[in-house]
Design a protein around this ligand. Structure first.
Ligand code: ADP
Ligand code: ZN
Length: 433
């Protein structure tokens, strides 16, 4: 496997040196933080009045956590650490779980953020010879513009397609020989489901890779996209509070996502006790951004559940890796007293070849109990007139789910194109309780 680096020195830096660098940058970040209305009040309550109060990287633990609600309360300018005239960019989260939160960047912040997104693209083998069709939504959302900048800095030809308009997406892919796509996994599946209608076969296209992210998806969904499109698919994780994509990205080995630890400090904590979990165990990801003067964020609780992958990656990078996200602490469903993450349901159904590319989870009240309905689209080949086949398939899906989540779901099979699709983040759960 060919391994390419954008900045070999920093990507393969010794751990000890990396941690020294983190500590230096952490102190700078604390100094910046003390310039914001928010942290100027908060940090002294924890005995931190200046960066000099920290004597080693371990002292990170003395700092308070920051939550999404803190960001909301600080809206619009409570977290800004520089004069407004220094700020060149703002972004806002997509607001999946409530009021959007905003972030700011100075020109230097933007350059550093761009650099790690370029690094991420190079880690997948992308280069200036590539044509990059960016189908993430452009706008306040970081997903589109931030990776656009990284791709441009690398020298790829960038098509700022944004999401939507299937016909135009296909036309551009063909006309410009697009080789790399950036999109949500659900949009990749959706596009594939419409290829036939547009007379397109994956083998007629020049697409080689896709970067998918912005929403949870299982390993089986990755494999499904790879198989349907005949391409390599790389997982990309980011959140707007941390400048969006480029934070964690898979390398050519596609074996979990490297977090650029010169730019972020990661911790995994138990979401209830907030204590660190033992190495390699699942918990909530907590991030400190080290390269953002305009808006420092200390120990930000992402609410995303994942774990750190122990051991080195074959690519030689020393920056540690994160496992695929298991879900968010706030998307866990409690159904008849049983805890279920939508990702567990996805894992079961997407592994089944008969199941198509779209599904929806509905939870309803059923007297004193809850009812779980799993609606899946099925592949056209399975759609026969023989109701016995369909009945057998329904039963098989229900049994597989029962074995995995200990709940008896009602399974509904639908023809392709019936369930709702979204062009941005997919909405997979409707909780009607
Ligand atoms: P919002 O919180 O409003 O959705 P963002 O647009 O910043 O705001 O979305 C970031 C969130 O999207 C992450 O916290 C995570 O839950 C989810 N996400 C992003 N990338 C991935 C990924 N590759 N896998 C799983 N979840 C992801
Ligand atoms: Zn690697």
């Amino acid at each position: 496997m060919e391994v390419k680096y954008w900045n070999k020195e920093i990507e393969t830096i010794e751990r000890e040196k990396l941690e020294d660098l983190q500590f230096e940058r952490l102190k700078k970040t604390v100094t910046q933080a003390l310039k914001t209305d928010f942290y100027r009040k908060r940090l002294p309550e924890f005995g931190i009045n200046s960066a000099e109060d920290l004597s080693s990287l371990e002292d990170l633990r003395r700092l308070p956590f920051t939550t999404k609600n803190d960001l909301r309360d600080a809206y619009p300018y409570g977290m800004m650490a520089v004069d407004r005239s220094e700020v060149v960019r703002m972004h806002a989260s997509s607001g999946t779980t409530g009021t959007p939160t905003v972030i700011y960047l100075t020109a230097d912040d933007l350059a550093r953020s761009t650099d790690i997104t370029t690094r991420s693209i190079v880690a997948t083998g992308g280069g200036r010879e590539d044509v990059f069709q960016n189908m993430m939504t452009y706008g306040l959302f970081t997903g589109g513009i931030v990776l656009h900048y990284g791709a441009e800095a690398l020298g790829m030809m960038v098509i700022p397609a944004s999401s939507g308009n299937t016909a135009r997406q296909f036309k551009m892919m063909k006309d410009f020989s697009t080789s790399i796509i950036h999109a949500t996994p659900s949009y990749m599946l959706y596009l594939h489901s419409r290829m036939e209608e547009f007379g397109i076969k994956p083998e007629d296209l020049n697409v080689k890779k896709a970067f998918v992210g912005a929403e949870p998806h299982s390993e089986d969904v990755r494999k499904k996209i790879e198989r349907l499109w005949g391409i390599d698919v790389y997982n990309s994780y980011g959140l707007s509070e941390m400048n969006g994509p480029g934070l964690a990205f898979e390398c050519v080995y596609k074996d979990c996502m490297h977090v650029w630890e010169d730019a972020y400090i990661m911790e995994i904590v138990d979401p209830d006790t907030l204590e660190p979990v033992p190495d390699g165990e699942f918990g909530e990801l907590v991030l400190t951004i080290l390269q953002r003067d305009a808006m420092p964020l200390l120990r930000y609780r992402t609410r995303d559940l994942t774990r750190i992958i122990p051991g080195a990656c074959a690519c030689g990078r020393t920056h540690r890796r994160l496992a695929r996200m298991k879900g968010r602490t706030d998307d866990m469903l409690i159904i008849n007293g049983i805890n279920v993450f939508p990702s567990q349901i996805e894992e079961v159904i997407m592994r089944m070849p008969e199941v198509g590319t779209n599904y929806l989870i509905v939870v309803q009240k059923n007297g004193p109990l809850d009812r779980l309905i799993v609606k899946t689209e099925i592949t056209p080949e399975i759609l026969t007139d023989d109701t016995r086949d369909l009945y057998a398939l329904k039963k098989k899906i229900a049994e597989n789910l029962k074995a995995s989540i200990s709940l008896n779901p009602v399974v509904e099979l639908h023809e392709h194109g019936v369930l709702p699709v979204s062009e941005g983040k997919a909405k997979r759960v409707v909780d009607e309780r």
